[in-house]
Every structure is written in C-alpha cells, then in structure tokens.
Design a protein around this ligand. Structure first.
Ligand SMILES: O=C(O)C(=O)C[C@H](O)[C@@H](O)CO
Length: 257
C-alpha cells in the first residue's frame, strides 16, 4: 500500500484547465460548503487568513471527500512543513520563493533523508492514515505537489532557474505582491502589471510546468487562461461574503431611511 494519491497533483498532470476557490474563513463548516460547491480545488490560506494547524486539519477533513485541496503556509519553515505533511497536506502553495536555492530548500523540507530533511513521524498523522500505509516513507514524495509563488521582481528574473528545480511541480503568480514589489501596490491592474503577469504566465507554460494565478473579474480570468494559466482561483470565500454583506446592509439601510 503506497502513499495516498494526491488529487490536485493529478489535476495538474492531466493538463486540463481547472478552477479553485480561496478559503479564508478558517472554518470546517464553511469549508464543506465550498467543497460541495463544484470547484476543482480549494486553497486553504495560512498566510493571510488566521489559519493554524488545527483549523487547517479540520478543513482538510471535511473537504477531502469532495474536492482537491492546497494549503498555503505563511512561509515554508521546515518545522511547519513537517507538521503539515504529517497532518496530511500533500499540495503546498509556497509564498515568496525568489531563487532556485529557496526552491530547493522548500523541496528538501518535504523529502525524507537523504533527499531532504523531513522528520520521520508519519505514524502520528493523517498522512499515512496513522501508520496504516506500510510503504509511506518510500512513496510519500511521489504524491507531494509543490507550487512556488512568483511574486517579486527577483522571482521573475530567476523564473526558469526556479522552475528547473527538481520537485517544483508548478508556479503561481501572486499578482498583489508582485505589483507591490514592482511599485504598483496601489494599482495592481496597471497596464505594466497586466503585461508582466501575462508574460510570466506565458514563460511558466513555455517552460512546461502548470501556471496558476488568482483573480476575480471574469475578463481578467479569461485573459489569464488565454495567457497560459492552467489553474486559477476564481474567488475567495471571505472576500465574496464580506462584499455581499456590505452591499446588502447598504441597500436596506438606504431603502428604510
Ligand atoms: O500576491 C498575491 O496576490 C497573492 O499571493 C494572493 C493574495 O494573497 C490574495 O489575493 C489572496 O486573496
């Protein structure tokens, strides 16, 4: 019996376009709503949403029967990666990867020695169904999916070197942080940024690895797919909920005043 198959890695390897939903509500009940909605995958955000190990595990458990999942840690600290891996995370979105050296360190955090530095403790975790997978150590790496975020000028400069790192499965453009690093924090949709994002998606695809991004307007999402994106987060639960609630309150406050 080998390590559990990774449904998101299979989605990437299919070469088919896919859509995902960014989850920031940090709640298993909300994750089940999203998981049952019909997206190909969900992204559990531990960088900008107040997720911790327990909340991530709870969301993984309810989402697993319905949808593929990706987890974004705040950074790829080896101690945190070790906990997430043993807890059953197989697909990682790693923020702020700027060099090939940093990408190699991320991969090493997910590999057992001699290929990396992951500690051996899977029998305590969901990863091996609590020790029920005899060949887990030998096969775990096959089902790990590492997506590096390209969201700085340095990362764009080093893009092909980063993509060449063995163990990097895909790259994801972070439009907001890339814009900020380029001096467009207040105007991430500036023509200069739209051109850079389009070029970067195209370079990732041309290199032969799947390209991902997040965006919300329909025309922007269409454009990203046309420019080479294979997997796109087309919404964020918390962002959508907050906007709809503000709009509803404003509408009725206006109607009753
Ligand atoms: O830089 C970006 O853009 C991202 O990494 C995504 C952001 O964190 C945000 O759009 C998620 O809602």
């Amino acid at each position: 019996m080998t390590a559990p198959s990774n449904p998101f890695k299979a989605i990437l390897q299919s070469g088919q376009k896919s859509i995902g939903l960014w989850m920031g509500l940090c709640d298993p009940y909300a994750a089940e709503i999203v998981g049952r909605a019909g997206f190909d995958w969900v992204l559990i955000d531990g960088e900008h949403a107040p997720n911790d190990l327990r909340s991530i595990v709870g969301q993984l458990q309810v989402a697993e029967p319905h949808v593929a999942s990706i987890v974004r840690p705040p950074m790829a600290e080896p101690w945190l990666m070790k906990q997430l891996l043993d807890a059953g995370v197989q697909s990682f979105l790693i923020p702020m990867v700027n060099t090939a050296e940093e990408a190699r360190a991320v991969v090493a955090a997910t590999r057992y020695p001699p290929d990396g530095i992951r500690g051996v403790g899977h029998v305590l975790g969901r990863a091996s169904y609590f020790g029920a997978v005899p060949d887990y150590i030998a096969t775990a790496a096959d089902e790990i999916c590492i997506i590096v975020q390209i969201e700085s000028r340095a990362a764009v400069e080093n893009l092909e070197e980063i993509l060449a790192v063995d163990g990097v499965d895909a790259a994801f453009v972070g439009p907001a942080d890339l814009a900020a690093d380029c001096g467009f924090a207040k105007d991430m949709n500036a023509p200069e940024m739209q051109a850079l994002v389009a070029e970067t998606l195209g370079r990732i695809k041309a290199y032969g690895k799947p390209a991902g991004i997040i965006d919300f307007p329909d025309d922007a999402i269409d454009g990203h797919f046309e420019n080479g994106a294979q997997f796109v987060a087309v919404g964020a639960d918390l962002v959508m909920m907050a906007a709809m609630l503000r709009e509803l309150a404003s509408k009725w406050k206006g109607r009753i005043s």
